[in-house]
Every structure is written in C-alpha cells, then in structure tokens.
Ligand binder design. Structure first.
Ligand SMILES: C[S@@+](CC[C@H](N)C(=O)[O-])C[C@H]1O[C@@H](n2cnc3c(N)ncnc32)[C@H](O)[C@@H]1O
Length: 430
C-alpha cells in the first residue's frame, strides 16, 4: 500500500472507533483481519496515523474546523508527517484507494496556524475539564507538559539483573540501535521513530524469551528503583497486576527475602506466574484474591508498595484514546479507591516500615492530594526525603524540578522523557 491507501485506511479505522465505540487496538486488529493483503509495514503505518490523530485530536480539530476522521488524518499527514498538500493531491489522483482530494478550504486550514485566541487546553491537547487541574499541577508549564504528552513514546526495556547485564542485552539487540537510559542503570531505550516507523518487536527476541529483559517504561523503572526494596526484606506488592513492578523489586532484592504479590483482580494477576518463571524470580509468593488472603501479613511488612489504580493520565502517549474518554466520575472513583487502598496498605506495615505510593497519573488529585490527606489522617507518617531516595537509587542528585510540594517525585515526558509517574514513600512511626 502507498500513503494514500494508508490514509484511507486510517480514516476508516477512526470511523469504526467512533461509530462502534471500539478500543483502538481492537479496531486496528479488525481492519487487519478484513484486509489480509496489507503487510506488517502497512498495519504499523496505519496504526501510527490513528494514534497520532488521537494524540493531537483537539488541536488538529481546531485547525481543521472539524473532528471528523478525515479532518484528523489529513491534519496528521501535513502537521505531523510533514506531507505537502499539493503533493498529496497529486498522489491521490494516481491511487484508486486514495481519499477524496483536499479541497481548497482544507488546504488553507491544514497549512494555517492556530490563532492567538486558541484556548490553552487545545494548545495542550488535553480535555478541557482537566485544564485547571493540570494548571495547578504544572503552573506555567502546563501547556508544554500537555504537548509533550501528545508525542510518541520510546520503547524502554529493563534489564533483568537476575539473568543478564545491560551490556549483554544491548549487544543482543544491537540491530535496533539501543541506547542506555538517562537515569536507571538497568534501562535500555529505543527512541520513537517518525512517520511510519515500526516499533521493534523485541518480545520475539531470544533474550526476551530467556528472561534477560522486560519491556518497561523508564519511568516505571525509576519508581520501582525508588521503592528501595532491599535483599532480605518482607515486601507486600498490594496492587501487583501483571507484575511489572514485582519483577523489578525481586531483581533489586536479588531473590532474597520475600515479596507477597497480591491484586484484587484475578485476571490482571494471571500473567504474573509465567513472567516470574521467565525472569527467574524465586522470592515471590503470589496471593490470589480471596477472603483473608493477606490476614497473616498484618503488621509484619518492612515495605508495602501500592502501585495504585489510577486514571493512567501519565500514559496518554501510549493510549491517547483514554485521554478523551476520561470523565470527572471516573477520576472521582479512582480517588476513592486510592484513599481506601492507602488506608488498607498501612495496616500491613510493621513499626518503622515504609509505605510506597505510586501512580501513573499526572493529576495532583491522585498524587500529592492523596498523600496530604493520608498524612492528615495518620499522624506520625511522614514522607522520606525524595533527594535521599534518589541519591540512594541512582547515585545522582534529584533534579529540582522533579520534587513535588508534598515531598514526592513527579516524572513526565517533558521532564524525564518517560511516561508520567508519581512516587512518594511514607515512613510509619517506629
Ligand atoms: C496500576 S495497576 C498495577 C500495575 C502493576 N503493579 C505493574 O507494575 O504492572 C493497579 C492495579 O491495582 C489493582 N487494584 C485495584 N483495586 C485494588 C484493591 N483494592 N486491592 C488490590 N489491588 C487493587 C488493579 O486490579 C490493578 O491491577
């Protein structure tokens, strides 16, 4: 397929997402199944067009005067993929799978600029209702933060030190030109490509199958390292999910001590068993959800890690559709869950133990606000200074702009080139 056909396909996929309220991945998969002639390169390019359209949906739509799938895809082609509209129209004329040619009005719009009256939330490509919250969290930088959250993410890997080294992994993946991550000493990163670039398929690599590395965003690696789990400790991973953080904690503990991995959702927990095996993580006891599953751990843990359910606003680069689906009700629901899990998690700590609170959200309501409310309700708990944790984990100074008002650490695409993450470690009084 040439570009015109790929543009038509992206328009059809966006149309399907809108009319059938389908998740993006499902709509892309369905398109692939119905168009088996399309190769892997075509499918990747169409996926890139669709995701790019959703990443900057608000500003594309404002410029085009329409949020129709066609308007969004034409905006991606010109604004993001740097296609020249006249050249596009020439290629459309020569391709029977092409969309209709761009009209004069469309060309004028797509080559124009957003005017000075454009609202901040459009410039930031974020939902209008979240603008005050982002402004509160990021001050004058909130538009720049939003814009970077509308970019493409890198592909990051965490080297599993139970089985390999960074040098070995970098050599095994040399064909993808990997680089070392800026902060984590265990990370390997491959920058996002432009236009129709394909994301390297590392999970079919022999090294992956042998457990040498896991796919994990660099921000997730940083917060897992900041959690500070040490060999020999008793650690409860209360929201373990598929085990991304659990595996990092097991490696940091060098398989010594004990991690209890729990999640209230059996289905989310299910992949953890295979992952533990592949990673050679032997100090993890998975506790499936059932009444009393954690009763024996009350008051006994050195560390409780809460990788809390959240809005996922820090992962907008990867799942831009969720940006536009998020609602005030869903945010309120997550906040209620977070407060309850913090309350639940602290019960398992022994005196002097550490409560680690993590979200992949960039909203203050889910981050500093939760910590402030928890501390107000639990006198004696206090944040462990973030600079000391950072120094301990990475042997470098904590960059000033990463520290939050309540002693947490905030990571964002703009600040650290990672997904958005929040971290705060609270010590229980001894
Ligand atoms: C951010 S995800 C965890 C991701 C995982 N730690 C990782 O690194 O791959 C949050 C998890 O919290 C779980 N969860 C939600 N409410 C919970 C509760 N009350 N107790 C335990 N887990 C809960 C969800 O099922 C979800 O898997």
């Amino acid at each position: 397929m040439r570009l015109p056909g790929r543009l038509s396909a992206a328009i059809a996929v966006l149309d399907d997402i809108e009319t059938r309220k389908r998740p993006v991945s499902e709509a892309l998969k369905a398109w692939g199944l119905n168009n088996r002639f399309a190769g892997a390169g075509d499918r990747a390019a169409i996926g890139n067009l669709v995701y790019d359209a959703l990443r900057r949906r608000a500003s594309h739509a404002a410029l085009m005067g329409s949020d129709s799938p066609r308007a969004l895809v034409l905006a991606v082609a010109v604004r993001d993929w740097q296609e020249d509209p006249a050249a596009l129209n020439e290629s459309f004329a020569a391709d029977s799978h092409a969309p209709d040619p761009l009209s004069e009005d469309e060309i004028a719009r797509v080559t124009g600029q957003l005017n000075d009256d454009t609202p901040g939330w459009v410039l930031a490509d974020v939902p209008e209702w979240l603008a005050p919250s982002l402004q509160r969290g990021f001050g004058d930088n909130w538009i720049a933060e939003g814009q970077d959250m509308a970019g493409r993410p890198s592909l990051d890997l965490r080297v599993n030190t139970l089985k390999s080294t960074r040098d070995r992994v970098m050599k095994a993946l040399a064909r993808f030109a990997p680089a070392e991550t800026a902060v984590s000493p265990l990370g390997v990163t491959m920058p996002a490509g432009l236009r129709d670039a394909r994301t390297p398929n590392v999970t079919t690599d022999e090294g992956y199958l042998k457990g040498w590395f896991e796919v994990q965003d660099h921000g997730s690696q940083i917060v897992a390292a900041l959690a500070g789990a040490r060999p020999g400790e008793q650690v409860l991973d209360l929201c373990a999910g598929a085990g991304g953080k659990t595996l990092a904690l097991a490696a940091a503990m060098m398989n010594k001590g004990q991690i209890f991995a729990y999640d209230s959702d059996r289905n989310r927990l299910a992949p953890i068993y295979d992952r533990l095996k592949r990673n050679g993580a032997r100090n993890v006891q998975v506790r499936a959800p059932q009444p009393g599953a954690l009763d024996d751990l009350v008051g006994k843990m050195d560390r409780v890690v809460i990788d809390a359910p959240c809005t996922g606003t820090g992962t907008w680069r990867r799942r831009p559709d969720t940006k536009w689906k998020l609602s005030p009700d869903l945010l309120a629901q997550r906040m209620t869950e977070q407060a309850a899990i913090l309350q639940e998690g602290q019960r398992f700590l022994k005196p002097g133990g550490t409560l680690v609170y993590i979200t992949c959200s960039i909203l203050p309501e889910e981050n500093d606000d939760q910590v402030a409310a928890f501390i107000a309700d639990h006198p004696g708990f206090a944040s462990i200074p973030a600079d000391a944790l950072w120094q301990g984990a990475f042997a470098t100074e904590l960059p000033d702009d990463l520290e939050t008002a309540h002693g947490g650490v905030a990571l964002t695409p703009r600040l650290t080139g990672t997904d958005g993450f929040y971290f705060n470690a609270l010590r229980k009084p001894a």
